[in-house]
Design a protein around this ligand. Structure first.
Ligand code: AMP
Ligand code: MG
Length: 278
């Protein structure tokens, strides 16, 4: 058995308490993650064990069709949304899993309400879907870059809360994770994107525009965490400066959600002894 922090310890560090969310301040959240994993070796072993467990749990979810899991991943550029997904699901069968990334809305998407493109791709029963960016972009980038009138943005927090409540009441469990990195670490990773040929495709000059707006994004994230951490879909802030620890903590949370679903394989509806295979 790897040396892992308990789910309770993980929650203590990451959960934005829905009952006390006004008191929440993003500057109080650490970006290192070494309180949970002193060394990388423990984090790697924990991730390995959880990734194996996540595969087993997903299999039971797919078989039972007992509900669905929607994982919302948010975080500024380079925070590791792709990496955390890849590692936590390294052993999970792609059958029964979807990853949906949300970029700039298309013309058709913009011609609808902002939740339209998200609702179309929420997980069906038996599935896990990861949103790489999400409905929250509509109160993050849209707010910071003033892509919609302030009054419209203001209404969205409560609309999102109610939309998520509806999903949860209809059998979708939600896990919302913000990957939290420091400005220094983002600088390191953006430089890496320019230097490493295989990473250059990920760099977009507009990332630097967003970096200039760092404080505005932090403030917008803080508002999201204060206003949209609810009892039915709470937020978790995961320290993301260390890739290994980030992935290990995210995997602990994902495993915890799946275990809380108390999944069981369905009764096959026959007795195996009835059949003989020649
Ligand atoms: P990436 O995730 O790095 O591939 O970039 C996707 C880009 O799309 C990011 O710059 C997001 O801020 C942007 N984006 C995502 N959703 C929206 C939205 N609703 N409105 C405007 N831009 C968005
Ligand atoms: Mg990007």
């Amino acid at each position: 058995m790897p040396n892992q922090p308990s789910l309770k310890d993980v929650h203590e560090l990451t959960l934005v308490d829905p009952k006390n969310k006004k008191a929440f301040a993003l500057k109080d959240c650490e970006t290192r993650g070494d309180k949970l994993f002193e060394n990388k070796k423990d984090a790697k072993a924990s991730l390995e064990a959880d990734a194996l467990a996540i595969n087993d749990l997903q299999d039971a979810l797919f078989a039972s069709k007992a509900g669905s899991l929607l994982i919302v991943l948010q975080g500024i550029d380079t925070s590791g949304k792709d990496g955390a997904t890849k590692e936590a699901f390294r052993y999970t069968s792609p059958l029964g899993m979807m990853v949906q990334a949300f970029g700039k809305p298309t013309e058709e998407e913009l011609a609808h309400d902002y939740l339209w493109r998200l609702h179309k791709v929420t997980p069906r029963r038996g599935f896990i879907t990861v949103f790489n960016r999400s409905q929250y972009e509509d109160v993050l980038v849209v707010k910071v870059r003033q892509l919609a009138p302030a009054k419209m943005v203001e209404q969205r927090y409560e609309q999102i809360n109610q939309w998520e409540k509806m999903l949860v009441e209809n059998g979708t469990r939600m896990l919302k994770i913000m990957l939290h990195i420091s400005k220094e670490e983002q600088g390191v990773r953006l430089r890496e994107r320019l230097e490493v040929p295989q990473k250059r495709w990920k760099f977009n000059p507009s990332d630097l525009e967003d970096r200039k707006l760092w404080d505005d994004y932090q403030a917008a994230y803080e508002t999201v965490l204060q206003r949209c951490s609810t009892s039915w879909a709470p937020w978790h802030v995961v320290p993301a400066d260390s890739r290994t620890r980030r992935d290990a903590i995210a995997a602990r949370l994902i495993r915890g959600e799946l275990e809380a679903m108390k999944l069981e394989y369905p009764d096959p509806g026959y007795r195996p002894e009835q059949y003989q295979i020649d």
